[in-house]
Design a protein around this ligand. Structure first.
Ligand SMILES: CC(C)(COP(=O)(O)OP(=O)(O)OC[C@H]1O[C@@H](n2cnc3c(N)ncnc32)[C@H](O)[C@@H]1OP(=O)(O)O)[C@@H](O)C(=O)NCCC(=O)NCCS
Length: 153
């Protein structure tokens, strides 16, 4: 269980003005971040782009791409000051509901083997490993494999 109390957070669809703060958050969280353009493109492509808000403050974001009955969770993140308070888990649950309502029967995602917190979160939600994608991610001094996970809804 997360040690700190879970703060009041609501989820809403990402809008264009959210993109710069979301891209700032992304840069603070990842060594190899998505660009501002990647988020803009995701919005314009009609992906399910959501933010988690504490009042007016964006504290997380997630991007789900739906193709017919399959979802691909491309990104999910919570600002580091808010980690380990249950937000990642409840945001993931929310995105799985979004996927279900969009008609998805399965959701896929990639995760770095070194990303223990995310792997824990996905395992708890019931995701299972399907494959390894060799050299999928950029990494310092080379590439890192991705674990390819899936969850049947
Ligand atoms: C992954 C992420 C979204 C989780 O968000 P969060 O709000 O901290 O998630 P929660 O508080 O709901 O749950 C975190 C769980 O991971 C566990 N955890 C944290 N660090 C861990 C570690 N190093 N090893 C194993 N488990 C860990 C916590 O104990 C907690 O488990 P519990 O609920 O069973 O106690 C967050 O770490 C994040 O934004 N990371 C950077 C972006 C990222 O890597 N996204 C995933 C890309 S695939």
């Amino acid at each position: 269980m997360s040690a700190l109390p879970r703060p009041q957070v609501s989820f809403r669809r990402m809008r264009a003005p959210d993109v710069p703060p979301v891209a700032d958050l992304e840069r603070s969280l990842y060594e190899f971040p998505w660009s501002l353009g990647n988020f803009r493109d995701s919005l314009h492509a009609g992906y399910d782009c959501w933010v988690a808000c504490h009042g007016d403050q964006v504290v997380g974001y997630a991007i789900l791409m739906v193709a017919v009955d399959e979802g691909h969770l491309l990104n999910i993140a919570i600002a580091s000051a808010w980690h380990n308070r249950g937000l990642g888990g409840s945001f993931l649950d929310h995105m799985l509901r979004v996927a279900r309502e969009a008609g998805c029967q399965i959701v896929y995602l990639e995760v770095r083997p070194s990303n223990q917190a995310a792997r824990h979160l996905y395992r708890k939600a019931g995701f299972q490993q399907i494959a390894i994608r060799p050299g999928y991610y950029p990494a310092r001094g080379g590439r890192e494999d991705a674990l390819f996970l899936g969850l049947t809804l």
